[in-house]
Design a protein around this ligand. Structure first.
Ligand SMILES: Nc1ncnc2c1ncn2[C@@H]1O[C@H](COP(=O)(O)OP(=O)(O)OP(=O)(O)O)[C@@H](O)[C@H]1O
Ligand SMILES: Cc1ncc(CO)c(N)n1
Ligand SMILES: [Mg+2]
Length: 568
């Protein structure tokens, strides 16, 4: 017997109708958003048995104010965005991006889209009052570090969000002004442009339009070059955000994917490799969520943007050949790192530039000379006050080196001191070291990043401002600059002197550690220079048999001068 199909089910929560069929249109029809009619008063007040129980218990518990939001054990990003049924963009991209970078992601859904690799087939907008309720539920209960916005379909939704943010302030607000999907479908009413500009941008820490969105925000100006992107960033900055990033993913064919960052004074062009792939659906949502995750971990804005851009590039690279769906633009794999070790990604949560303060470098030759093991040398350096250690072993056999490196990882981990490996990415991966230091003739920092993932520390030896700039472009975390003094541990290493160190430190966008011939008697004079970005001195374990004494002396000398330099 043929039976009629069941009627479509309505989503119900707390005994209340959830989504009124406010909007449903095909991708070819223009965006027509109507505010949803408010639910009838009786429906609005009606509560399920469960919610009555909750209400009863909370009202009986006390007459005092509700408890403040509870601290979270993780960095916490709240995304306020639309659902993408295809899973590549919107809320789904945000949750995966935050998870990949180690942040917790709660989500307030503003709209549900029927969407796939071909485009957007329909949109169902969540009523404003229910968006307010979701915001209230999360923000009143859990402490949120950063709010990230995506699809905000109407003026009313933007206003509700602004009101909630005033009621529950957060550390940072990342606004991705999503307006049109790459398939050309409108995701926000054109009238929202004015509230974006007049209300939300002024509250934002960073606004991340793509070139089309930047153009619309500025009255459809044409943007064709990086220079146009700079002008657009400057104009958007005037609406009040602290930073602007104009994204160039959709700029006409070029070998680089260039984004322009503006902090109100300086323009910084972020150049990444352009990955040849159709799988770029959701790059913008992902970028903004990665920025939010890094900010939630406590990163500075420019660093957060760099980590985010590197993550998108790596994810696109790993997904470039996937074939998903029949449409022109596919999703990419945010969780590519789960499929290859190491399993921790994101910027190094524990790396702080001041960990470069007293940087110990082991020297295989000297270890041999003094008959000590690498492990003993590392132990002694840490006891003497080293704040970071690099294993520089030029002569050991690989297996022997790996065994020693594993032992050093344990020692360093128990002391909270990061351990880096010189040059040998394979050893670093195998022993799960905290990072790698490379020289100018080794693999580039970009290639090392590709292999290690965004979670590891990468340092590069640099002797010139151009090399320092390249290290920054390549996504390194710090540079080593020297030799400051003549050194016996590195052959053919020209001495830069104080002048060379100064030139590079001044030009560097990354923290700098000075290296080369540094010991207890001259470390103070290096730190005394008080150079910007100079965070510490690196010292090879060379001069005496008792490096503990050396280190302790060096520590005292360096610390004294550092304190002095900071006072000046
Ligand atoms: N093919 C690519 N290769 C490398 N990076 C890319 C590529 N496409 C985009 N990006 C980078 O991805 C980030 C997002 O930029 P994009 O301009 O694509 O945002 P969007 O258009 O808002 O994204 P969405 O597709 O989610 O709407 C930027 O950092 C951009 O440089
Ligand atoms: C829901 C949603 N948000 C954002 C975008 C932009 O990529 C999209 N396509 N869909
Ligand atoms: Mg794009």
């Amino acid at each position: 017997m043929a039976s009629a199909p069941p009627p479509p089910q309505e989503a119900v929560h707390s005994g209340r109708r959830l989504l009124s069929p406010t909007l449903f249109f095909s991708s070819s029809s223009p965006l027509r958003l109507r505010p949803s009619p408010p639910p009838p008063p009786s429906a609005h007040r009606r509560r399920s048995r469960y919610s009555r129980l909750v209400a009863a218990s909370s009202s009986s518990s006390s007459s005092s104010a509700p408890p403040p939001p509870r601290e979270m054990p993780w960095p916490h990003v709240l995304t306020v965005a639309g659902s993408d049924s295809g899973g590549g963009a919107g809320i789904q991209a945000d949750i995966k991006a935050c998870a990949a970078l180690g942040a917790y992601c709660s989500s307030v859904v503003t709209a549900v889209t029927a969407q796939n690799t071909a485009g957007v087939q329909g949109i169902h907008v969540v009523p404003e009052e229910f968006i307010r309720e979701q915001l209230n539920s999360v923000l009143s209960d859990m402490s949120v570090d950063v709010v990230k916005t995506g699809m905000l379909p109407s003026i009313g939704v933007v206003k509700v969000l602004c009101e909630s943010l005033k009621k529950f302030p957060v550390k940072a607000l990342v606004v991705d002004p999503v307006m049109v999907s790459t398939s050309g479908d409108a995701l926000s009413e054109s009238s929202t442009l004015s509230v974006y500009r007049d209300e939300l941008f002024a509250m934002a820490d960073i606004v991340t339009p793509n070139v089309k969105e930047a153009s619309r925000l500025l009255g459809n100006v044409s943007l064709h070059t990086v220079s146009d992107m700079r002008s657009a960033a400057e104009s958007i900055y005037k609406f009040g955000p602290k930073y602007v990033l104009v994204k160039g993913g959709d700029m006409p064919e070029s070998s680089d994917a260039v984004d322009v960052f503006f902090d109100g004074k300086e323009f910084i062009e972020l150049h990444g490799r352009r990955i040849k792939t159709r799988n770029t659906h959701g790059t913008g949502c992902t970028l903004a969520s990665c920025i939010a995750s890094e900010l939630a971990k406590g990163a500075k804005m420019l660093h957060a943007v760099q980590v985010a851009k590197n993550f998108v590039e790596s994810a696109l690279h790993h997904s470039k050949d996937l074939i998903i769906g029949n449409g022109p633009q596919g999703p990419f794999d945010h969780l590519f790192k789960l499929k290859s070790p190491p399993y921790n990604v994101g910027s190094h949560q524990n790396f702080k530039p001041d960990q470069l303060f007293l940087y110990a470098v082991t020297d295989s030759g000297m270890n041999k000379k003094w008959g000590r093991s690498i492990k003993e040398a590392v132990q002694a350096a840490i006891e003497g006050g080293a704040t970071i250690v690099q294993l520089r072993e030029k002569d050991s056999e690989t297996r022997e080196f790996l065994e020693a490196a594993k032992a050093c990882v344990e020692i360093c981990k128990s002391s909270g001191v990061p351990l880096l490996i010189n040059d040998r990415v394979d050893i670093a991966l195998a022993c799960n070291a905290d990072g790698v230091h490379v020289g100018q003739s080794d693999m580039s920092a970009r290639e090392v990043r590709e292999l290690l993932g965004p979670g590891k520390i990468i340092g590069v030896s640099c002797k010139t401002p151009a090399q320092a700039q390249q290290a920054w472009n390549d996504g390194a975390d710090y540079i080593g600059c020297g030799g400051v003094f003549p050194t016996t541990t590195k052959a053919n290493n020209p001495t830069l002197g104080f002048e060379g160190l100064k030139t590079v430190s001044l030009a560097s966008k990354l923290p700098v550690v000075a290296i080369g011939g540094i010991n207890a008697s001259n470390a103070g004079s290096v730190i005394e220079l008080g150079l910007p970005n100079l965070m510490g001195v690196a010292y090879a374990l060379v001069e005496s048999q008792d490096e503990r004494v050396d280190y302790a002396e060096l520590h005292v000398a360096a610390e004294g001068e550092f304190a002095e330099a900071q006072r000046l």
